[in-house]
Write a protein that binds this ligand. Structure first.
Ligand code: MG
Length: 338
């Protein structure tokens, strides 16, 4: 098996503003694994706040020797690359995703079949509205007509104004993401009550990761389900999550890919934690990998193909606000011809 990879700068349709920073593009590494005439595609998406970048991923991927493996033994390969170095979760995901695409193509099976998910259980995906002016929020909502749920990034002093602005234009249910931006638990509980009145369905990551005691306090009082995002990256982070949150937001770029994401889904099911599947700024490649396991989740927030301008793969199909899983081997993605 041969691994190829190259950097790619993913351009965002609108500047992306969340609680603590703004950006207009996201660095990716696009991977390709070739074996016996088949090609599997993968990607690493590296928003700066997670600590990986083109240099760290290139250094990490350069250490991987796939020629030692004669077949896509995903569990064996992922265990071996986990031993190379800790961290590098997105770089690891770029291998896992490419291996699943490759294996699906070799077995003539769709990735959702490999993962054992049922396409008819696909949840609708939300579409994210960043922190913006009233005019831009109105324009974005018009563009997002075909989505049934709105995801809103909160955590600034303008939170009430943003929600009131959105409610001027649409009554669609909202997924709220505070992105660690609320300074204390008292403010958080007041915000949650306000969001509850505004038909928000849940709140993601209200407080900073190290505020475990405050999260336990918050969970016992919250009228809305609370989801861990930054507080829960990999399987090992799930310890203690149940006390603080009602659910977890699983993203392939945090979990090191599909293999571990599925283990997290299974553990969540056994622990009574609700699952949502989320994403970073990703191409159709990462999104269709996430979509392959999204039917296991109650909520999906896998909207990035609609928020970028230079997707190197064809756009996923959407029907009734749900990403359609194509009946094709592997991820079912097609590179755009240049
Ligand atoms: Mg989040």
């Amino acid at each position: 098996m041969r691994l190829y990879f190259e950097p790619y700068e993913l351009q965002l349709k609108y500047p992306f503003r969340i609680a603590d920073y703004t950006r207009t593009s996201t660095p990716l590494i696009l991977t390709r694994i070739e074996h016996e005439g088949f090609t599997g595609y993968g990607e690493a998406s590296m928003p700066p706040y997670l600590g990986e970048n083109t240099e760290t991923a290139t250094r990490f991927l350069s250490k991987i020797r796939l020629d030692d493996f004669s077949e896509p033994d995903i569990a064996g390969i992922m265990a071996s690359i986990d031993e190379i170095d800790s961290g590098n979760n997105a770089a690891k995901a770029s291998i896992d995703i490419a291996l699943h695409d490759l294996l699906g193509k070799m077995k003539n099976k769709a990735c959702y079949e490999l993962m054992g998910s049922d396409p008819s259980k696909m949840p609708a995906t939300s579409i994210t509205i960043g922190i913006d002016t009233e005019e831009l929020i109105r324009k974005k909502l018009e563009e997002c007509e075909k989505f049934n749920f709105i995801k809103v990034k909160l955590g600034s002093e303008n939170d009430h104004a943003i929600i009131h602005t959105i409610r001027k234009f649409t009554q669609k249910p909202i997924y709220a993401d505070a992105n660690r931006g609320w300074g204390n638990k008292e403010h958080a509980i007041r915000m949650i009550e306000f969001l509850h009145e505004q038909n928000c369905l849940f709140v993601e990551q209200p407080l900073a990761v190290d505020r475990e005691k405050d999260m336990i306090w918050l969970k016992s009082r919250s009228v809305l389900p609370l989801f861990a995002d930054e507080s829960c990256k990999r399987l090992k982070d799930m310890e203690g999550i149940k006390e603080q949150f009602h659910g977890i937001n699983i993203k392939l770029m945090k979990s090191t890919g599909l293999l571990e994401a599925k283990k997290m889904i299974d553990l969540a099911g056994n622990s009574g934690l609700t699952v949502m599947i989320g994403c970073m700024s990703e191409t159709s490649c990462g999104i269709m990998a996430a979509a392959a396991i999204a039917p296991f989740a109650k909520y999906a927030d896998i909207d990035s193909p609609w928020m970028i301008t230079n997707n190197p793969f064809k756009q996923p199909e959407l029907s009734g606000g749900k990403i359609q899983l194509p009946d094709k081997p592997g991820l079912g993605i097609t590179p755009e011809t240049k």
